[in-house]
Design a protein around this ligand. Structure first.
Ligand code: GRG
Length: 398
């Protein structure tokens, strides 16, 4: 039996009778186009996604709510609950935009399956409503701002597709990567195609400043990836190089998406800067935590192998901090952990040092700065949710 995958979404009563009554029910109505085996199909037949905690149960039962330690979940300021209605059609809207010649469409829509965390569109929508509320006393979301949220997710996804080609990664989000399924040529073209459709959607917003601002992200992504190819000989310059790369590769998209929706709300330069700095700081913290998780989270959680960065020859914050205690790491960094045993030794040095704690501390500092800047906005549920998100960024496990 061969068919096209359709995801039908609807809101139903939570099977656990939770206090977040809106539970998204995803019912997959066909086999994935890969002639995947029936077992896989049955596993994915029903997935319940709670709007409150975003916990997913693929069996359709046993949904569990997880509260963060020491934090009372409040439905009024919960980031996912606040953005779920705005983003509920995002993936189907994006896949509609991607309609094309059959195979290109299949490949391009592969990651728009609701399995990503959708952090960028969520923050973009929250920022839109927080600024609209601050400026106009109404938290209505403009259609153009919703488009920016979609474009942000598409740029992110295209960069993931290209990243997996460059790193020859076999898995992404716990499933086979696009390149492993379709080969690198088709994957590169699918990434290009997602970007080109995103560019058209951006142009359709018809705001020249937003086009300029979001185009900068594309240049930054490529420059950030390029910077990652080289390490600085001089140890003092290494951390600055790493932070600059981190901004370009990860934070730029969040920073400029936030700035774009501020622009679309009619924000002046100061307010645009507030939005930009919030996105920049949360984005840097997000990447620092990502780099830390590479040393602590299990492969299952991350959907990719652990110590993947070391294996790729990359010295991230935990290693750079660990160098202070273990200068033996310096030559390993310069040879990109290529000698036998380098990866294992570097991994151990990081765990024997305070590199992970220092990375966490730096991420926390960036989150505190993000909270400080966003606190200058008029209080609203969305402004509070933007503060809550910093906590989620710091405590995330995947
Ligand atoms: C095609 C625009 C374009 C760029 C090419 C390859 C490249 C240049 C840039 C790489 C950018 C990249 C992949 C940065 C990593 C950012 C990051 C931390 C990704 C993981 O984000 P999550 O955890 O992913 O939000 P999910 O799976 O939840 O969507």
């Amino acid at each position: 039996m061969m068919g096209f995958p359709f995801i039908r979404e609807g809101y139903v009563e939570c099977p656990e009778r939770c206090r977040f009554p809106r539970v998204r029910c995803l019912v997959e109505l066909g086999l994935s186009g890969l002639m995947s085996d029936l077992v896989h199909w049955q596993m994915k037949e029903r997935a319940w996604r709670c709007a409150g905690c975003r916990q997913v149960s693929t069996s359709g039962q046993g949904l569990r709510h997880q509260q963060e330690p020491g934090r009372q979940e409040d439905a009024d300021t919960h980031p996912a609950a606040l953005t779920d209605a705005d983003l509920m059609h995002m993936f189907s809207d994006i896949t509609k935009e991607l309609q094309s010649q059959f195979e290109l469409y299949e490949i391009a829509k592969y990651y728009f399956d609701g399995q990503g965390k959708a952090v960028r569109p969520m923050i973009t929508v929250l920022m839109s409503r927080a600024i609209n509320s601050h400026l106009h006393n109404e938290d209505r979301l403009f259609e153009s701002q919703r488009e920016v949220a979609k474009v942000a997710e598409m740029i992110h996804t295209a960069s993931l597709v290209h990243d997996d080609v460059l790193d020859a990664s076999d898995t992404r989000r716990g499933k086979p990567s696009v390149n492993s399924l379709y080969g690198q040529r088709k994957a590169v073209m699918a990434g290009d195609y997602i970007l080109s459709v995103a560019s058209t959607m951006l142009a359709r917003i018809r705001n020249e400043e937003v086009i300029v601002v979001l185009s900068q992200v594309l240049a930054d992504l490529v420059q950030g990836e390029f910077m990652q190819l080289g390490s600085k000989e001089n140890e003092n310059e290494r951390f600055a190089h790493y932070l600059k790369k981190t901004f370009k590769k990860t934070a730029s998209l969040l920073a400029y998406s936030c700035k774009s929706v501020a622009l679309l709300s009619g924000a002046d330069e100061n307010l645009q800067e507030v939005a930009f700095q919030y996105g920049r700081n949360v984005g840097i913290a997000f990447q620092l935590v990502d780099d830390m998780l590479d040393f602590v989270a299990s492969s299952n959680m991350m959907g990719k192998p652990t110590a993947a960065d070391l294996k790729l020859g990359l010295a991230t914050a935990p290693v750079l901090f660990a160098c202070e205690k273990f200068p033996e790491l310096n030559p390993m960094i310069m040879r990109r952990f290529q000698e036998p045993g380098d990866v294992q030794k570097a991994f151990e040095f990081v765990h024997k040092s305070d590199g992970l704690e220092q990375t966490q501390f730096l991420a926390r500092q960036h989150c505190e700065t993000a909270i400080k800047v966003i606190s200058s906005l008029k209080a609203s549920s969305e402004q509070k949710a933007l503060i809550t998100i910093t906590d989620k960024v710091l405590n995330r496990m995947k």
